[in-house]
Design a protein around this ligand. Structure first.
Ligand code: PLP
Length: 416
């Protein structure tokens, strides 16, 4: 077994991963939760801490907002910066990666004839943001590069990007996902950044899934901006992300989307004070990161998750007669895996399940809800190149039993 493969059985203060540690989370009893990747899940102790802060606000809102808040925030910035291996002077906390991407893309000073690069791996919502921004600008283009499966190597992606940049010299800003979603590929972002800089293209890395999942050296990647969520894999409350601005590549146009009283007092205050809002998720990064470290840190957590996921996915491949997306092993995200959804004649394709029109056309969401309602199993059903896939996430509270239950449920639907 590799160094990463052990679980935490030797640390007596921490419940053994699986059923025992699940009791520290607030997950619905007996439900199968194989979708940590979408919204994360925080342990009860972090939630309780957030409630305590919310109570502190109500005890005396002025003391909180005028005096204590900034002290708490400075400690949170330090904690996140240390965890991510960067200086707290170079990061800003914001609600999510969506906002971070919007901040860069909407403050970049595009000129007529410029273009922005995305790819078929760009997160759907980010693609929509980019396209709708560009539609409002005069003579600015979006160039999207199509990445197809099977992926043979990092080189194949780097070579494709190289050619793409040569064919589109108007590109000024490129967005790459560090771990793509929904395809769950670890992209060679350092090499892509180097390549873009050779073409005078700025780089924004969308690393929504990276904090807590990959051991990353942000400074070494050397992108212009790097953003990650803390509410996915670091056990922090939702509405918690950071953006890092490369100190070696300062961009004076970079500004928060929403500003308030401290717009002229430096970027930190401009980012931090957007008017009255709830900052407790940021402050609880201290507790989320402490929890992450207390239960064993990356080696133990990712070690457990990746071993369980490998075993679970091999079981499902056999049970359903499918093969997971073909990518080199070192490019597979440790906690996430994608399998084709078998044909399910036993499934009632009921459009009326969703009260809101916006969801009804999305077949994957309907199937996901059907499996949830019928079996109490949460797993992401996603579309990759117009094919429906199952994206499975493993976290410390999961066990092989979860995979067996998912395997049986889908198998029943396969039989019609
Ligand atoms: C690659 C990627 N980018 C951006 C996002 C958006 O994250 P959020 O909704 O927290 O802003 C996600 C969410 O899953 C993602 O996977």
């Amino acid at each position: 077994m590799s160094k990463m493969a052990g679980n935490n059985e030797t640390n007596t203060d921490v419940p053994v991963f699986g059923d025992c540690i699940r009791k520290e989370f607030m997950l619905r009893e007996n439900s199968v939760f194989l979708n940590h990747g979408s919204y994360g899940s925080m342990p009860r102790c972090v939630h309780q801490r957030q409630v305590k802060y919310l109570e502190e606000i109500e005890h005396h809102a002025d003391i909180w907002f005028r005096y204590n808040l900034y002290e708490y925030l400075h400690s949170a910035y330090k904690k996140v910066a240390d965890f991510m291996g960067v200086s707290s002077d170079d990061i800003f906390l914001l609600q999510n990666v969506t906002k971070a991407v919007n901040t860069v893309v909407k403050s970049y000073p595009f000129k007529k004839g410029d273009a922005i690069m995305i790819s078929s791996f760009t997160y759907g919502a980010v693609g929509v943001t980019v396209r709708s921004l560009v539609a409002r600008l005069e003579d600015v283009a979006v160039h999207s590069m199509n990445i197809t499966f099977p992926i043979s190597s990092e080189d194949s992606i780097v070579d494709q990007v190289k050619l793409f940049l040569q064919e589109h010299p108007d590109i000024k800003l490129a967005i790459f996902d560090h771990i793509s979603s929904p395809t769950s590929v670890v992209m060679p972002v350092k090499r892509l950044t180097e390549l873009c800089h050779q073409h005078n293209v700025l780089v924004l890395i969308d690393a929504a899934h990276v904090p807590g999942q990959l051991d990353v050296n942000i400074q070494d990647i050397d992108a212009d901006f790097y953003t990650g969520n803390l509410h996915k894999w670091v056990f922090c409350p939702r509405s918690c992300a950071f953006i890092w601005m490369n100190p070696r590549r300062q961009h004076s146009w970079f500004k928060p989307l929403v500003t308030s009283a401290y717009d002229n007092d430096g970027l930190w205050y401009a980012f931090t004070y957007e008017g009255t809002k709830d900052d407790t998720p940021y402050i609880c990064t201290i507790d989320g990161i402490d929890y992450y470290n207390r239960i064993g840190g990356m080696e133990k957590i990712v070690g457990y998750n990746s071993v369980l996921l490998k075993k679970g996915v091999e079981y499902l491949e056999e049970k359903w007669g499918v093969k997971r997306l073909q990518i080199p092993e070192h490019m597979e995200a440790p906690n996430l895996r994608v399998l084709p959804l078998p044909s399910l004649p036993g499934l009632t394709d009921d459009e009326t399940q969703f009260p809101y029109e916006v969801f009804r056309g999305q077949k994957g969401l309907r199937i996901q809800k059907y499996i949830l309602d019928k079996y109490d199993i949460q797993v992401a059903i996603v579309s990759v190149a117009d094919t429906l896939m199952v994206r499975i996430a493993a976290q410390v509270y999961n066990t092989m039993e979860d995979f067996i239950k998912l395997g049986d449920a889908v198998f029943e639907l396969m039989k019609g």
